[in-house]
Design a protein around this ligand. Structure first.
Ligand SMILES: *[C@@H]1O[C@H](CO)[C@@H](O)[C@H](O)[C@H]1NC(C)=O
Length: 279
């Protein structure tokens, strides 16, 4: 807490110093030196007091004003690093101003994650880098969450026109409190592989069984398709009996020589949250 207060005080000082510096530039060099002397530390990077994407570099006490790329904001976690990030994990509430946006097609700013323009298209969003977009589709059952910049459950994203009911067109049956507390599950009437979990009995979340399995509405769990008569034909035409058998009894993998993986780590978003049930 104390540390935070100090930080805020320092930020205010910088903001004032910068304002003073601008003002005094027209005046004497000596006075400018006085103003730049206001660097909170001789070296480091410090956030502007009002504008989240503006910051200052202090180099031997010399202050220089800097700006993050459009759409990014200054990461003020440490004054040692010059770092601009997407705004999702950075608190800009005390310095809410931003530079003038430089929009392009599907990108309200040059960098960032942005919701689809059509308010009722819930599961698609744009990832913009330097004003160029990529459209990303959320995993099944999830919608784009504008506040977090990731895909999440509709009831968490709380986007207008994208509520659980609107996205799923499924309403949780009314149940008493005892049943509600168990987060009851119901088969998806249109897709044997999927089911709904009704959080607290009233908020549906669509969830899927793994390939080869279907939701057994009697046992309320995922099971291999051969065990669920109502869905016996669900994988017909998509998977052969042999493939189904192999999914159920995967061949034991041969021990492989250890080798360093060459695959690049996947980027952290969109979050893949698809519950899978195993038997
Ligand atoms: C709640 O509903 C279930 C199933 O309909 C029933 O078995 C149970 O007795 C009910 N409990 C209460 C407290 O009403």
């Amino acid at each position: 807490m104390t540390r935070l207060n100090i930080t805020i005080l320092l930020l205010l000082t910088i903001g004032l110093a910068a304002a003073a510096r601008k003002h005094q530039k027209q005046e004497s060099r000596d006075e400018e030196y006085e103003a730049t002397d206001q660097c909170p530390e001789k070296y480091g990077f410090f956030a502007d007091a009002e504008q989240c994407d503006k910051y200052y570099e202090c180099n031997d006490g010399q202050i220089t004003e800097k700006l993050c790329p459009d759409g990014m904001v200054f990461n003020d976690y440490s004054s040692e690093y010059e770092k601009c990030d997407l705004p999702f994990n950075i608190d800009c509430t005390s310095r809410p101003k931003l530079q003038e946006p430089q929009p392009s097609q599907h990108c309200p700013r040059k960098h960032g994650y942005f919701a689809h323009e059509e308010p009722h298209i819930c599961d698609k969003f744009y990832y913009c880098v330097d004003g160029k977009y990529n459209m990303i589709t959320c995993p099944n059952g999830l919608v784009y969450n504008d506040k977090a910049g990731i895909c999440s459950w509709p009831d968490e994203a709380k986007k207008k026109g994208c509520s659980s009911e609107e996205v799923f067109q499924f309403e949780c049956p009314k149940v008493n409190e005892t049943v509600a507390a168990t987060h009851p599950r119901y088969a998806d009437p249109d897709d044997c592989q999927y089911f709904y979990v009704c959080i607290n009995g009233d908020t549906p979340r669509r969830s899927g069984c793994k390939l080869g399995q279907v939701f057994d509405d009697v046992g309320k769990k995922c099971d291999w398709v051969r065990n669920v008569p109502e869905c016996a034909d669900w994988y017909k035409g998509r998977l052969t009996d042999e493939q189904l058998k192999e999914l159920e009894n995967p061949p034991t993998p041969k021990p492989r020589p250890t080798k360093v993986s060459r695959r690049k780590p996947r980027p952290p978003r969109p979050t893949q949250v698809e519950e899978e049930e195993e038997k």
